[in-house]
Design a binder for this molecule. Structure first.
Ligand SMILES: Cc1cc2nc3c(=O)[nH]c(=O)nc-3n(C[C@H](O)[C@H](O)[C@H](O)COP(=O)(O)O)c2cc1C
Length: 185
């Protein structure tokens, strides 16, 4: 399996880190793009450098690397996950405005009818955010808001992160035990 993963500048970059760790454990090939804003959020929220985050991926790219294979639909992938996804990136994808590698790779994923999973994070949401999400959902994009559940009785932040990442893995058909399912003992 080969996946494109993007981390953009919304709060919740720990979700992206955890996803990369799990994909690495399973020997899934990852192509990673970290936006410029995400770089700052990574430093602030989880005190990690971009370079260290990139070590979790097989193929990291610069946000402006127009020679990256994921620029083209002829490079086959099994889909793309943007985790977390900022409202800016969401807007860019919804409007086909592909002025960086995250936006271009997402545009390619859409045009090639591959799986595109977005984990948006913002609160509250304005009508523009909601309309952009609707436009993408109408095209088959899976919107997985960073909204952890509480029925599985999370004990710490790691449990909250694992719930959201686990739901993304469910959608990718990747088996895991990151969270306890409803009624599971
Ligand atoms: C600490 C921090 C937290 C942020 N959290 C969010 C957020 O949760 N959602 C969001 O849409 N933007 C958030 N932003 C703003 C985005 O980083 C900003 O809109 C940026 O232009 C997004 O660019 P990108 O999509 O290329 O990463 C945050 C910015 C900072 C510095």
């Amino acid at each position: 399996m080969r996946l494109v993963v993007a981390i953009t500048g919304a709060s919740g970059v720990a979700y992206g880190k955890r996803l990369l760790e799990v994909l690495r454990e399973r020997d899934i090939e990852t192509h990673l793009i970290i936006s410029k804003a995400a770089e700052k959020v990574i430093e602030h929220e989880i005190e990690m450098t971009k370079v260290r985050m990139e070590k979790l991926a097989d193929h990291p790219y610069d946000i402006d690397d127009w020679s990256a294979p994921i620029v083209s639909g002829s490079f086959e992938t099994d889909g793309m996950i943007i985790i977390p996804c900022s409202m800016k990136t969401l807007a860019g994808i919804a409007h086909g405005y592909s002025d960086n590698l995250v936006l271009r790779a997402a545009d390619v994923t859409l045009k090639e009818k591959r799986k595109l999973i977005l984990v948006p994070r913002e609160t509250p949401l304005n009508v523009i955010h909601l309309r952009n999400m609707t436009a993408l959902a109408e095209q088959g994009v899976v919107i997985v808001p960073a909204m952890p559940a509480y029925y599985n009785k999370p004990k710490d932040i790691d449990d909250l992160v694992d719930f959201v990442v686990g739901r993304v893995l469910d959608l990718l058909g990747i088996e895991h035990t990151l969270y306890k399912r409803w009624r599971e003992t």
